[in-house]
Design a protein around this ligand. Structure first.
Ligand code: SAH
Length: 255
């Protein structure tokens, strides 16, 4: 019996969606209902844990930049250890596990350990958060491509803004709100027009959502004045013109 259970251990790298707990996939909810262990990041809305069964062991492994943190290597060890004991492990991550979520690193660790795993995609913040403002990331008249970039890299180097400007892509910047001044300076240096529409959205899709819509040149000052902080995405490009200011909030009030 024990040996049989051991063979059934598996890790599910699950995307919990961008914030709103209803933006979770049916598959994620089904796997959560059966999981023995749930390892949850701090960006995941706690209402999602309502899908876990009563007896499941829930372990918080949040690691906000700079604060109290669970080292990545320890999280990976935990997943491997529980799976080897035969547990069904749900590793719940914000948004999509493979978009700036270290899901790739966790998958590599599981592969190296020979632990079976499955990836359950989630709706990434970079798609759902702009949508909450009525911003389509592509539009036949305004943007033929979209690029997700991180504002926070290991080596401190930003993307090649000149190349991005040349392609006319909508830019969605994750983890960029703290470094918004440096990021915008880089874009303006690379020739992005100062009046390119730009917005910042904190806690997108949640009741606590706050947003501002402005131009690229004014974005740093607008962010500072508004008090918008992490977690936030920045969206830069012509499609931001379609944002309905306050629309998301109005829609929630009406609901
Ligand atoms: N894997 C996640 C991203 C993790 S990186 C995903 O696919 O969404 C964390 C960054 O995601 C934050 O710094 C922020 O830029 C963005 N983010 C996540 N949730 C957000 C939300 N509800 N509103 C705005 N930005 C969010």
């Amino acid at each position: 019996m024990h040996a049989l259970k051991q063979a059934n251990g598996k890790v599910y790298l699950i995307g919990a969606g961008p914030g709103d707990p209803e933006l979770l996939t049916l598959k994620a909810a089904r796997i959560l209902r059966a999981a023995d262990v749930v390892l949850v990041d701090d960006l995941v809305d706690r209402r999602i844990l309502a899908h876990a069964r009563a007896g499941a062991r829930v372990i918080e492994v949040g690691k906000r930049g700079g604060c109290k943190s669970t080292p990545q290597a320890f999280i990976e060890k935990l997943m491997v250890r529980f799976a080897r004991r035969g547990a069904s492990v749900a590793r719940l991550k914000g948004g999509d596990p493979f978009i700036f979520g270290r899901g790739g690193e966790e998958m590599e660790a599981l592969r190296a350990a020979g632990v079976p795993f499955e990836v359950i995609s989630g709706i990434t913040a970079g798609i759902a958060v702009p949508a909450a403002l009525g911003i389509p990331l592509t539009h036949r008249d305004a943007a033929r491509a979209v690029t997700f970039v991180t504002g926070h890299t290991r080596d401190g180097r930003g993307p090649d803004w000149g190349a991005l400007r040349a392609t006319g892509t909508t830019l969605v910047v994750y983890m960029g709100v703290k470094r918004v001044a440096a990021l915008v300076a880089g874009m303006l240096d690379a020739g992005f027009p100062a009046d390119t529409p730009a917005c910042a959205v904190q806690n997108g899709t949640l009741e606590s959502q706050s947003e501002l819509v402005t131009t690229l040149a004014r974005l740093p000052a607008a962010v500072a004045d508004s008090g918008i902080g992490s977690p936030a995405v920045l969206v830069i490009g012509a499609v931001v013109r379609l944002a309905r200011r306050g629309a998301a909030r109005a829609a929630r009030r009406a609901a």
